[in-house]
Design a protein around this ligand. Structure first.
Ligand SMILES: Nc1ncnc2c1ncn2[C@@H]1O[C@H](COP(=O)(O)OP(=O)(O)OP(=O)(O)O)[C@@H](O)[C@H]1O
Length: 295
């Protein structure tokens, strides 16, 4: 249902997406992950048909995405910048939604709004940041669009409402499967929800794989440097760190045996993604070390 081949997106001369290719053929929940500014929102806008690719092929529900009516009718993009006519109350916004989204679940939207403690008499522009985010997400889920794109939907929500909204997403997806792509920096919170991770890095797809596969990609070796170093040649080393006598190496997983003095620890999915997208330019600790030494 989504086919993206050698997608390139430039803003002026700046290349944001250099060569992005992936396919999604069946309903599932996908986490779109990547560092700030990597191009997640840009990719979602292209999939929704709001932005034109600079190059490459992007098809959604079998049609070229950009400004296509079929794509527009089957896709919804929920993003920070959502605005609704200021004269309308939330009730009025919801009542006209089925005109745009044929499968819009009106009763569900009202129930979720009430559950979230948001009065339908409010106007969208008068809502708090968290309330706006909750309303927008409710609107997106209730639309039941075949392709539902959520760009950092939890931003501004407190932890309790975030927990509730993750449950809403999952329950509604299970009852009405669709392609749901959620971009988020809260990967730890989302990992129980998503099936696959689409990780963007340096303008490309770094990986597109099931969550458990991503988690097993890398492990942490911990011990004394002298005990670990001789074994590092057996691994692809992604990151090393020294903390006093403790030496840590994050390496690509393999089944080779290790001596008892070296401990192997699993990483969280979020940590694996962070390591895979960490620049080779060192860490914040290096900046403080050099400023403390006066360098
Ligand atoms: N309309 C625009 N004109 C010029 N540059 C833009 C425009 N929109 C986005 N960019 C640039 O494109 C890059 C990618 O932006 P985008 O918002 O897609 O990233 P993102 O991965 O969603 O970031 P974040 O995680 O911080 O939300 C950034 O460097 C941004 O400054």
């Amino acid at each position: 249902m989504i086919f993206c081949e050698q997608l390139q997106k430039r803003y002026g001369k700046k290349v944001i997406l250099a060569n992005v290719s992936f396919q999604i053929g069946e309903p599932k929940i996908i986490g779109l992950i990547g560092r700030n500014g990597v191009g997640k929102s840009t990719l979602l806008k292209i999939l929704a048909g709001h932005l034109k690719p600079s190059n490459g092929k992007v098809e959604v529900v079998g049609k070229r995405a950009f400004q296509n009516l079929t794509v527009a009718a089957n896709t919804i993009l929920i993003e920070d910048a959502m605005t609704f006519p200021t004269v309308l109350t939330l009730k009025e916004i919801l009542h006209i939604a089925p005109r745009f989204y044929a499968k819009f679940a009106l009763d569900l939207a009202f129930e979720l709004l009430e559950f979230s403690g948001i009065s339908h008499k409010n106007h969208h522009h008068q809502l708090s940041k968290g309330q706006k985010a909750a309303f927008d997400l409710i609107y997106g889920i209730a639309s039941r669009s075949a392709v539902t794109l959520l760009d950092e939907p939890m931003n501004g929500m407190d932890e309790t409402i975030r927990d509730d909204m993750y449950r809403v997403i999952l329950k509604d997806f299970l009852a009405h499967p669709r392609i749901l792509i959620i971009s988020s920096h809260y990967l730890n919170e989302m990992e129980h929800l998503i099936e696959d991770i689409l990780l963007l890095h340096e303008g490309q797809v770094e990986l597109f794989a099931p969550v458990d596969e991503v988690q097993n990609l890398a492990v942490r070796l911990v011990g004394q440097k002298d005990n670990i170093e001789p074994y590092l040649a057996n691994y692809e080393v992604l990151l090393t760190r020294e903390n006093g006598p403790i030496f840590e190496a994050i390496v690509r997983n393999n089944d080779l045996p290790l001596p008892p003095q070296v401990r192997m620890q699993n990483l969280s999915v979020s940590d694996v993604c962070k390591v895979l997208t960490t620049s080779k330019g060192g860490s914040v600790d290096d900046i403080y070390r050099s400023s403390e030494s006066g360098a």
